[in-house]
Design a protein around this ligand. Structure first.
Ligand code: AQP
Length: 334
């Protein structure tokens, strides 16, 4: 008798090409995406539509998109195993986002902390897209009937809103969308800025010393860690008020697999200089193969094009079914 194989759960996640992919994006998200590829049916998007909520210079934006695509492949996303497509090439995202905008309340969007943060940061361009961004994110996820969405703490509120929108829509029209569950990866490190460790490490940080990117040379990585802000206690231990050291310990632990207790023991009696060197070297070794693979991909644009064209086509077909169903339920004429 044929053995029944359990259907793999669908995982959806996305990353914006809003700058060079950082160590934070890698340790907090992409490394886990790579680890999930065998167990789940993984769908990943390069969320370029989201990126224009902040003004982009066209030539730089184009370069960032290609660089980010190559970087994610270089991190280990396998185009044969997972779907990794370009959001703007799949027309259903913008279409469903519009529909969902009409099922999302102004008050709900006003409560999003990311909107408050980003509108304060870009006070000269508080555009409607920045405000309705969560409806586009909901569309991204719901189009693929995703079972699970890996989320960092900063995205929890958006996923909660996605669930509310899906439940509201399903409540009106029947079962159209799968209501996704958050998936908290076991090793989901939250990496902070090396210059202001109370703030998360971000691609778009203007201070180049604040973040390590996947494209930094070993020398640059070492220099950035040596300059990382710490405290005056000179003792490697994880404790409240030691944000800089806590951050370095988080990075070191995520890369080496060592626990905080082991790290404290290994660096007992040693100064911050030794610790920073060790963290820098561990990160250099972690990123070395990524950078080598990136060089290979970026030199072969036609291979990348082949990858995303194939993925775009599958994503379009898959997501069209959900969009069609939602439109029919609302009452649009085919
Ligand atoms: N510092 C971080 N630590 C851990 N995880 C992080 N992520 C981002 N920064 C950190 C996770 O990376 C994934 C992709 O993020 P995104 O590109 O959608 O946008 P973001 O969270 O706004 O990332 P950035 O780097 O901070 O971009 P900008 O500067 O454009 O705002 C997400 O899963 C996120 O949690």
């Amino acid at each position: 008798m044929e053995q029944q194989t359990e259907k793999k759960k669908i995982v959806f996640s996305a990353i914006q090409p809003s700058g060079t992919i950082t160590l934070g994006n890698y340790l907090g998200a992409v490394k886990n995406w790579v680890a999930m590829q065998d167990e789940f049916n993984c769908i990943y998007a390069l969320a370029d539509l989201h990126t224009i909520t902040v003004r982009q210079e066209p030539a730089q934006f184009r370069k960032n998109i290609i660089d980010a695509y190559a970087s994610i492949l270089a991190c280990g996303i396998d185009a044969e195993k997972s779907l990794f497509f370009m959001q703007s090439h799949v027309t259903t995202h913008a279409q469903l986002a519009w529909l969902l905008n009409c099922y999302t309340q102004f008050g709900e969007l006003s409560r999003m902390t990311q909107f408050k943060d980003k509108s304060a940061k870009h006070a000269d361009n508080v555009n409607a897209g920045l405000f309705t961004y969560p409806a586009l994110m909901a569309a991204d996820i719901l189009l693929y009937q995703a079972d699970m969405v890996p989320v960092g703490a900063d995205q929890k509120q958006h996923l909660e809103l996605t669930r509310n929108i899906a439940e509201r829509f399903n409540g009106l029209y029947g079962n159209v969308f799968k209501v996704p569950e958050p998936y908290i990866p076991k090793n989901g490190a939250r990496v902070m800025s090396l210059q202001d460790p109370t703030k998360k490490m971000s691609k778009s940080d203007e201070n180049v010393n604040a973040c390590v990117t996947l494209m930094d040379s070993p020398e640059t990585i070492m220099k950035k860690f040596k300059r990382a802000v710490t405290d005056s206690e000179a003792k490697v231990r994880y404790a409240e008020g030691k944000d800089g050291i806590n951050n370095l310990m988080t990075i070191y632990s995520a890369v080496t697999g060592l626990t905080f207790e082991q790290i404290e023991k290994d660096f007992d009696g040693k100064g911050y200089g030794d610790f920073k060197t060790a963290v820098g070297e561990a990160v250099v070794e972690e990123l070395r193969p990524v950078r080598e693979r990136y060089d290979k991909y970026i030199a072969d644009k036609s291979y990348m094009q082949e990858c995303y064209r194939k993925a775009d086509e599958i994503a379009q077909k898959f997501s069209q079914r959900t969009l069609d169903k939602a439109m029919k339920k609302i009452g649009f004429v085919k």
